[in-house]
Design a protein around this ligand. Sequence first.
Ligand code: NAP
Length: 287
Amino acid sequence: MTTTATILDGKAVSLQVLDRCADRVKQIVDQTGQTPCLATVLVGHDPASVTYVRMKQRRCEAVGMKSIKIEMGDQTTTHELVAKITQISNDPTINGILLQHPVPKQIDERAAFEAILPDKDVDGVTIHSFGTTSFGLPGFGSCTPAGIMRLMDAYNTPIAGRHAVVIGRSPILGKPMAMMLLASHATVTICHSKTQNLPDIVKQGDIVVAAVGRPEFVKGDWIKPGAVVIDAGYNVGNVGDVDFDAAAERASMITPVPGGVGPMTIATLIDQTSLAAAKQFGLTEKE
Ligand code: NAP
């Protein structure tokens, strides 16, 4: 395989984000004597979720913040989870809340997300956060699409006036991704499982974001030569939603899996937690 595509190195850019975040955390601690704290909530024992929560806690502690872990059993009800999240939302010692998802099937995930106070919604999963994202108001963006925007920004990826094709319309990924690209003046098409002639639509994309959850679903010959390809997918076996080798032959920029979108998601969560703490402690937010 020969490619001249620029690899969008999410690992490297995430480390820069985390370095700046560590500086902010130090300032917060110096100025207030308080240490920002992220609460992670894990329901059940899904092995991938256990790993993700552990990674998020480690990153949190690496930048000098505290993390507390709340673990609930597989049989937890919606009522119990909402009550727990409401309790930590009202706890002044906690600045940000991450509810690891997916949650077990018996739980109304939306009800659980909505129990997170907007000021502590550092993962950007609430309807409020989607609304502020969509309206261009201050607030926390959903971490995966917000991380993708930061990654593209780090590589000066042109967005304004480009046709962006987003494949997937989930509330935490496809939809907020589309809103963020729109806010950056792309012309946006959102595709989903009922979309007809998907390859033809993807072929029109100057920017293609794959957020489907199916391994190597997007084929190389769907990619317009010179397009920017963002693979948000993360499937069993460390495989993304894009056939990387074939797509890289046509793309101008492309994210690898792993090492692309994933590290940016975590770095954005950590960064937004420090910003939430700064706001709650009455400090001026600085980027
Ligand atoms: P999701 O909730 O399952 O949504 C998948 C979307 O793909 C849905 O909108 C669905 O359409 C669409 N879709 C399914 N089959 C399709 C098809 N044949 N053609 C076109 N669209 C199709 O998944 P998600 O939570 O958005 O996650 C998507 C991927 O991103 C997964 O691989 C997940 O692991 C990954 N992810 C990665 C990170 C990270 O940090 N790297 C974070 C979150 C998610 P309908 O709406 O019509 O059903």
